[in-house]
Design a protein around this ligand. Sequence first.
Ligand code: PLP
Length: 378
Amino acid sequence: MNYLDNCATTKPDPEVLNTFNTVNTKYFYNPSSPHGKGIEASKLLESARDQIKSLLGLTHQSVIFTSGATESNNLVITGMARSKKQFGKTIITSKLEHPSVLETVRALEEEGFNIKYVQFNDDATLDLVHFKSILDQDVIMVCLMHVNNVMGAILPIKEIHDIIQEYPKIHFHVDCVQSFGKLPIDAELMDSFVLSGHKFNGLKGQGILVFDQLVTITHTLFGGGQEYGFRSGTVNVASDVSLAKAMRIALNEQDDNFERMKAFKNTLESKVSQYPGIRVNSVKDGAPHVVNISFVGVKGEVIVNSFSKHGIMISTTSACSSKRAKLNETLTALHVPEDAITGSVRISFDKYTTQAHIEAFLKAFELIYEEMKELLKR
Ligand code: PLP
């Protein structure tokens, strides 16, 4: 089997699994318990938090452990919007965002917030002129992603940060799920950001929210007050310690993996683009692990099934939205034509992707192309 759906999730690193098992076996205690073993578990938890702070180069921000990026995005966006509503009601985001951001801002719209969507240029870069034009004194939050999970577009976090300095009440929140372990992240440029362990060979159900501790978030989960009161519920120490491990490994290997994945992306894109009816959607200078192509005129689901029969696991647009009938919002916002959107599939890499996976993909591609070529629009 050739797994090429790493934007959906990655295979856990054995060292991460080992850490998870060891901590769960030796330190299964509740870190909120006052006895000696509870205190040991609590120390372990705090040392994982400190390691994460140092890995991310955090100076003044706090780290909250969560169940993943969906929870982290919901928590910070809802909490910030509600706590800042006396200062303004406008939130800026983009149609490229993951549903955990888009659906959260849509829910806030129902509460009376005003949502503005920044536009993109034809080359998939963020339209900074449009961004500046929608900024005003009513904007309380800008929520954007670093790397897009469908096309691999990279957003200019530094430029956005610099532009909003003129508006001190804006909270800048960034979804770094697809960039961590692939590209450098500069924590100083963001007021808050989120990561998800299972996207960089950690485990599902583990993530963090990093935020500036001077900022007060209205909390949405009531209970025992764990995680500074923002995330009540017994803390999963084994998960949090193994997340720190996954982060350390990902950062250590980042540069090597970048070069390898970039080479795979180049090979794959340059080969398939030679075939009439195939359109490469992914951004040329985008993230190294995301390739998005269209079999123009054929349904993406049909293509994914065909590859699956050849033992190659790829995805239609994004796993989270592939069950929805509507056109993919990212590809629409990036001006991809409609018949290319419906025929689009995503191939995504991680550190376990090898040259053999790429060759297997290309072999299957040729066979599938032969079967489909009469149906393709050229
Ligand atoms: N943000 C982005 C960009 C993603 O790709 C994903 C997962 O696909 C998420 C957020 C949600 O992450 P999680 O699965 O940890 O909730």
